[in-house]
Design a protein around this ligand. Structure first.
Ligand code: C5P
Length: 209
């Protein structure tokens, strides 16, 4: 039995006290992976951005808002976990400065200066111990396999799950799992619950002793 950490859902980056940037990640793939891991007998901790989805009651859920909070929670939790599945869609940018008051309309265009947020999977991947593993996701529209393998390498993942933009906020998914050698380990399609079970099986076969 393993202790698996899962990042799930979107993050938010505030512009002012009431406005924020985010994306359409629903947390459904994270919930399905958590359910598959629990069904396989593992302990699961989920670090989740704001979502409507119901996570399995057996999972411990740590709610976060921003990408920085998601990373901080992962840094605390990962040392006591066997592996990380990074299925969240963290915001990649944040406004350089968050206004303390609601920005008032003036009739003129405004400019937001955005800076990159930290990459959660890459930060954890760079610190993982030899017995720990990290599985990343890649949502690509062109040169999908090549780009996914570049990400796998850059983020020091053991496996990467490649999917298309149709995965976002949908009930079904189609994925290809690639290993560090660039080999296609599995091609899975169907409801996210079934795809998640297939991903868990690949993780167990390839990454768990
Ligand atoms: O670089 P890209 O966003 O396409 O990579 C996707 C993978 O990286 C996913 O596993 C996602 O959870 C992770 N990621 C992250 N932190 C970010 C951006 C992406 O952990 N800031």
């Amino acid at each position: 039995m393993a202790h698996i950490l899962i990042t799930s859902g979107p993050t938010r980056q505030y512009i002012d006290p009431v406005r924020y940037m985010t994306n359409g990640s629903s947390g459904r793939m994270g919930a399905s992976l958590a359910a598959a891991a629990i069904a396989a007998g593992h302990d699961v901790t989920i670090i989740s951005g704001p979502v409507q989805v119901d996570y399995p009651i057996e999972a411990r859920v740590i709610p976060v808002i921003t990408t920085e909070e998601m990373l901080a929670a992962c840094e605390l939790e990962f040392p006591s976990c066997d592996g990380l599945i990074g299925v969240a869609a963290p915001c990649d940018y944040r406004p350089e400065r968050v206004e303390g008051h609601k920005i008032a309309k003036t009739g003129q265009p405004i400019t937001l200066h955005l800076i990159e947020t930290p990459d959660v999977v890459a930060t954890i991947g760079a610190k993982k111990k030899p017995q720990q593993w990290v599985v990343g996701f890649a949502l690509e529209t062109e040169d999908a396999r090549f780009r996914a393998l570049v990400k796998l390498e850059k983020k020091n993942c053991d496996l990467i799950v490649l999917n298309g933009p149709e995965a976002m906020n949908a009930a079904e998914n189609q994925v290809e799992i690639l290993d560090r050698a660039g080999t296609s380990v599995a091609l899975l399609s169907g409801p996210k619950e079934e795809v998640a079970a297939g991903i868990m099986q690949a993780i167990q076969t390839r990454l768990m002793k």
